[in-house]
Design a protein around this ligand. Structure first.
Ligand code: HEC
Ligand code: HEC
Length: 155
């Protein structure tokens, strides 16, 4: 009897867990090429944080990538672009992907996650926080989200 009661309770809990976690979890980058080429200078950001059109623009302008030259061979660029577009926030359409891309105007292709409406809404900190020596820049997700590379952004 006791056993039955436990399993009856466990089922709804198990069903509820992924839905809740979805809001602060972005599917991590699994592609080895993307991990290597886009995880060298900073963390390999999860494609869910921007819409496909943003990644398309970025992959077409690697010569001037935020002041750095991040050019790659053409076939590597095509491979990375396909991965980022397939896994973009507006394509997966749920969880963090939906939250971060739904307010972006259809004709806009923001290049920074850190300038999106949703990022700014979740990160209303004073300048002194962003200038902390362990933070330095807003894009340093790992400074505050230790499991960011695995896609976890819980508070
Ligand atoms: C040669 C170094 C380098 C490589 C390689 C590189 N990046 Fe960057 N990336 C930068 C720099 C520098 C910034 C600006 C960081 C800042 O201002 O905090 C940046 C910023 C970004 C941002 C915006 C972060 C924000 O503020 O929201 C995204 C998105 C991004 N890179 C994606 C990529 C992708 C995708 C690749 C692989 C194709 C890549 N990067 C490869 C140097 C690099
Ligand atoms: C200075 C520390 C700091 C940095 C850097 C930072 N975050 Fe955060 N982030 C936070 C805090 C604190 C919260 C919780 C805010 C709240 O609950 O009001 C948060 C919340 C979030 C959330 C929402 C989680 C939820 O439970 O809904 C996401 C997603 C997120 N951050 C992604 C990022 C990404 C992506 C980056 C890098 C591009 C980043 N953060 C950089 C501190 C930071």
């Amino acid at each position: 009897m006791r056993r039955l009661l436990i399993s009856a309770l466990a089922v709804p809990l198990l069903l509820a867990a992924p839905a809740r976690a979805d809001d602060d979890w972005a599917p991590p980058v699994t592609d080895a090429v993307v991990k290597k080429e886009c995880g060298d200078c900073h963390m390999a950001f999860q494609p869910a944080f921007l819409p496909a059109r943003s990644w398309r623009v970025m992959m077409g302008s690697l010569r001037d990538h935020f002041g750095d030259n991040a050019t790659l061979p053409e076939d590597t660029v095509a491979h990375i672009r396909a991965y980022l577009e397939t896994n973009a926030g507006d394509v997966i359409g749920r969880g963090v992907g939906r939250d971060f891309t739904r307010r972006i105007a259809a004709n806009a292709a923001p290049q920074r996650i850190t300038e999106t409406h949703e990022f700014l809404r979740e990160h209303r900190f004073s300048d002194s926080v962003w200038k902390r020596p362990d933070v330095v820049t807003k894009s340093n997700c790992v400074a505050c989200h230790p499991a960011a590379e695995r896609g976890y952004y819980e508070d």
